[in-house]
Design a protein around this ligand. Structure first.
Ligand SMILES: *Cc1c(COP(=O)(O)O)cnc(C)c1O
Length: 238
């Protein structure tokens, strides 16, 4: 049976091949290992295989894992934790205190709370505006027409650092459709940059559509199943 270390290597190879096919530098693509529902023990296996950036969807579950990992490997291992699930306003304080990135900003109110609650002694919280590029099929994310205004508002918040955009398109095997959704996000990033925002991150692509995302310019892919295997839970992803 393939180990988590084997799976990680296979995913890194897949990213490198997809980048090379487009004449892109694979070093510019961050692999975010999505560990939601998987126990700390499996996250540790990925840490021991060199993985440092992890994505989690549920705040309490993530905090438990952060504590277990710090306990097991010591606080000197610097991991980067990304919240990639929807964020409710009663959870913002724990997120501002424990996470390094929040990829699911789709309301100014939540962003403002995170900014207020991020300690001045910490680096600013990195954030992405989540855009719903596939319309009504997916419920989270701001509409593409409203993304620029939200990005401009978020960029003004003092304790946040707006890094770019994120999307979760509807699942489809149609590669042309996958690419058109990802292209939409890249075009929005270009518009935001032209409008003066210094953005460097396009978070798009999961286990089943990462090639299309890399072809359209992803700088971060969020990979769960291909690293950790199938999730055991029936909990909904969004
Ligand atoms: C679960 C999840 C992923 C990982 O999906 P896989 O198909 O398992 O690679 C990526 N992004 C988000 C936002 C998720 O919720």
């Amino acid at each position: 049976m393939a180990t988590i270390a084997d799976n990680l290597q296979a995913v890194r190879d897949q990213i490198a091949r997809a980048a090379r096919a487009m004449g892109r530098d694979a070093e510019k693509i961050t692999l975010l290992a999505v560990s939601k529902t998987h126990p700390a023990q499996r996250v540790l296996a990925a840490v021991d295989a060199g993985q440092r950036a992890f994505g989690e969807n549920y705040v309490q579950e993530a905090v438990r894992k952060m504590d277990a990992i710090a306990e097991a490997r010591g606080p000197q291992i610097a991991l980067e934790w990304h919240l990639i699930g929807p964020l409710q306003s009663n959870k913002t304080r724990a997120v501002a205190e424990r996470f390094d990135w929040v990829q699911t900003i789709d309301r100014e109110k939540i962003a403002a709370r995170l900014s207020e609650q991020r300690a001045a002694t910490r680096a600013p919280l990195n954030v992405l505006v989540q855009v719903n590029v596939s319309g009504e099929a997916s419920k989270s994310g701001v509409a593409p027409e409203s993304a620029l205004a939200l990005a401009q508002a978020v960029a003004r918040l003092p304790r946040l650092r707006l890094r770019g955009l994120m999307t979760i398109p509807e699942p489809t095997d149609d590669v042309a459709l996958q690419r058109s959704r990802f292209r939409r996000l890249r075009e929005l990033l270009e518009v935001a940059r032209a409008g003066g925002l210094a953005l460097d991150t396009l978070s798009m692509g999961m286990s089943d559509d990462m090639e299309a995302a890399i072809a359209e310019g992803a700088t971060m892919v969020r990979i769960g199943t291909a690293i950790f295997g199938a999730r055991q839970t029936t909990r909904s992803m969004t």
